[in-house]
Write a protein that binds this ligand. Structure first.
Ligand SMILES: O=C(O)CCC(=O)C(=O)O
Length: 256
């Protein structure tokens, strides 16, 4: 099965060793520099869990799992000239747009996230993806370091318009009760299998925004760094990723 067919069937595709060393080394350097700058500005300011409780520059996705936006230009690249672009263009159209990019890192001791999707279905009838995420391992990630786990083919089952027992906000915003089992409760569908794999540096995980997934626990003694580039169909403008209304570098907001 080719990558496009696998993405349609399983909702994700893993592309081992897909980025070259130069890209990976540079992305890790840029990310570490940005993390130092933003963490210094954050200091001991309060920050909650989720994008609405974060800042423009940093979101705590779950305890000790951080997300810092970094633009393609800051990464020294162009979102449509990266190795996965032909796949993204094939699925979302040649006029697909870059929506977000940055670094997600999990500190040692961070636990597994709650299962979630990144954006909800639009319609009861199954539609082609409206957005794709590409996660890039910036170093070797053994299972103990907590790579991303995916509920295989769950991009079809997370449709809350079709399955009225599902609650949109409990799918999108991390909620304890959300699980692969919940997606098929009371239906004749099988519980989706879970997939997670150790990744080598430069490997990419491309997934449909609607798939159930989570970052696993980091039981190692080192930070786990994953860069991401997200794309959307031209007309799709919803944003559940970054909902913060404040900046760490805006004096007025800080004084409030
Ligand atoms: O850390 C990961 O592997 C995935 C992170 C994620 O899915 C999220 O924070 O929304």
């Amino acid at each position: 099965m080719n990558s496009t067919a696998k993405l349609a069937a399983d909702g994700f595709v893993c592309l081992p060793d897909y980025c070259d060393d130069t890209f990976v080394t540079n992305a890790l350097d840029v990310s570490r520099r940005r993390i130092r700058e933003v963490m210094a500005a954050l200091g001991d300011k309060e920050i909650g869990i989720g994008s609405a409780a974060g800042y423009d520059e940093i979101v705590q996705r779950s305890p000790l799992r951080w997300d810092l936006p970094i633009s393609p230009a800051e990464f020294g690249t162009c979102a449509t000239q990266l190795p996965w672009w032909p796949l993204v263009a094939m699925v979302l159209g040649d006029d697909a747009e870059h929506s977000f990019s940055g670094i997600v890192f999990s500190d040692p001791g961070s636990s597994a996230q709650c299962w979630h999707i990144d954006s909800p279905h639009i319609d009861a009838a199954h539609q082609k993806p409206h957005a794709l995420n590409v996660l890039i391992a910036l170093h070797d990630i053994p299972l103990a370091m907590g790579p991303t786990e995916i509920a295989v083919a769950s991009h079809v089952l997370t449709n809350h318009h079709r399955n009225r027992t599902l609650v949109q906000d409990e799918l999108v915003y991390q909620h304890q009760g959300t699980s692969p089992e919940l997606l098929v409760k009371g239906t004749r569908d099988r519980v989706p299998e879970c997939w997670a794999s150790a990744l080598t540096a430069g490997s990419c995980l491309v997934f449909d925004d609607r798939i159930l997934h989570r970052g696993l626990a980091n039981n190692s003694s080192q930070r786990r760094y994953v860069a991401y580039f997200s794309y959307r169909r031209k007309a799709y403008l919803e944003n559940t990723h970054f909902e913060s209304q404040r900046s760490l570098f805006d004096g007025r907001m800080q004084a409030e």
